[in-house]
Write a protein that binds this ligand. Structure first.
Ligand code: ADP
Ligand code: MG
Length: 318
């Protein structure tokens, strides 16, 4: 019998990409400079995120998997001024409800590391001392196995799920300067194969993508030029960030593609755009995964981007 919590958790963690994203965000929030993501069978068997962040303090061992527990907000006013990826305290509690979750962590305040196994209600089932360097490893086994219908669907679409996850992860690789992120996948007990990482971007673009400052101090990043042959046949290399938070902003992506298409009908640009907005002009709290954003003065923003793009492309297009 499924619990209400399990059903709700399935709305917080929608797919492989959300699960991995939540774990990676936690590592980044913990100040990690090295984050390793290891999947087995595209994530269908297991997902492991290993970081060298602060580690978890002992008094947080039980609380961290409780619903709405977060160590990242001190009071309500913090909510309008969040500088961490996480603040809702839903990810680990949901992941416990959806998989077999265990944590290996060491925080400098402890004598030794600890291995923790949680049940589906987020309670600690087993706690054993285990040496580890400072940081945290979170392991998920059999994601979605507690939701049989989703589980089947997940297994069936695993390669698509994996591709989507790689794209989302690549966004974090691009924006997390000074952090080494690597993702690898092991199939049929073979070698771990690296699928994306922080050093991949330059490799992908081979330097043929130009830094742009569309609106000084407001919108900056990289975009390929319509006449440069660096466009793509699909939108798979487009990344948007608001205040350095990876997000989906379909209206803006559509606009960029439309302007680009008026110079080059056959391709899509590669682009990376980071938009800086004051914290109170944007709301990322619309969906649990925080990828959907609501922006004050959205029309003005879109119009400004459009005219900047036109003047960026126009002199170059023949
Ligand atoms: P949130 O990120 O919104 O606070 P989560 O459910 O993602 O909620 O995580 C709950 C808590 O667990 C965090 O507030 C943090 O204290 C702790 N935590 C999770 N992952 C890590 C990690 N990799 N390193 C250190 N602490 C972590
Ligand atoms: Mg989190």
């Amino acid at each position: 019998r499924k619990s209400v919590h399990q059903i709700c958790s399935g709305q917080v963690v929608l797919n492989l990409a959300t699960a991995v994203k939540e774990l990676v965000e936690n590592s980044l929030d913990a100040g990690a400079t090295n984050v390793e993501i290891k999947l087995k069978e595209y994530g269908a068997e297991s997902i492991e995120v290993i970081d060298n962040g602060s580690g978890v303090k002992e008094d947080n061992f039980q609380a961290l998997t409780l619903k709405h527990h977060t160590s990242k907000l001190q009071d309500f006013s913090d909510l309008t001024n969040v500088d961490t990826f996480g603040f809702r305290g839903e990810a680990l509690s949901s992941l416990c409800a959806l998989s077999n979750l265990s944590i290996l962590t060491y925080h400098k305040s402890a004598n030794v590391g600890t291995r923790l196994e949680y049940d589906h209600d987020g309670k600690i089932m087993k706690q054993t001392p285990c040496p580890r360097q400072t940081g945290t490893t979170v392991t998920l086994i059999n994601l979605f196995s507690t939701l049989p219908v989703r589980y089947k669907e997940f297994q069936r679409n695993i390669k698509k799920e994996f591709a989507k996850m790689v794209h989302i992860l690549q966004g974090y690789c691009i924006i997390s300067q000074g952090v080494k992120l690597t993702c690898s996948n092991q199939i049929n007990k073979g070698l771990w194969k690296i699928n994306c990482g922080s050093d991949q971007w330059e490799h992908i673009t081979q330097g043929n993508i130009y830094p742009v400052s569309l609106v000084p101090n407001r919108i900056s990043g990289y975009i390929s030029q319509p006449d440069h042959g660096q466009g793509r046949s699909s939108t798979d290399r487009q990344y948007l960030f608001i205040n350095k938070r990876p997000c989906d902003f379909p209206k803006l992506t559509k606009l960029v593609n439309e302007v680009y298409h008026s110079y080059n009908r056959h391709q899509y640009p590669m682009c990376v755009l980071d938009i800086s907005l004051s914290q109170d002009a944007v709301d990322v709290n619309l969906t649990p995964d925080k990828r959907k954003v609501l922006i004050q003065e959205e029309k003005l923003l879109l119009a400004t981007v459009k005219s900047s793009l036109v003047s960026l492309f126009a002199p170059r297009a023949s």
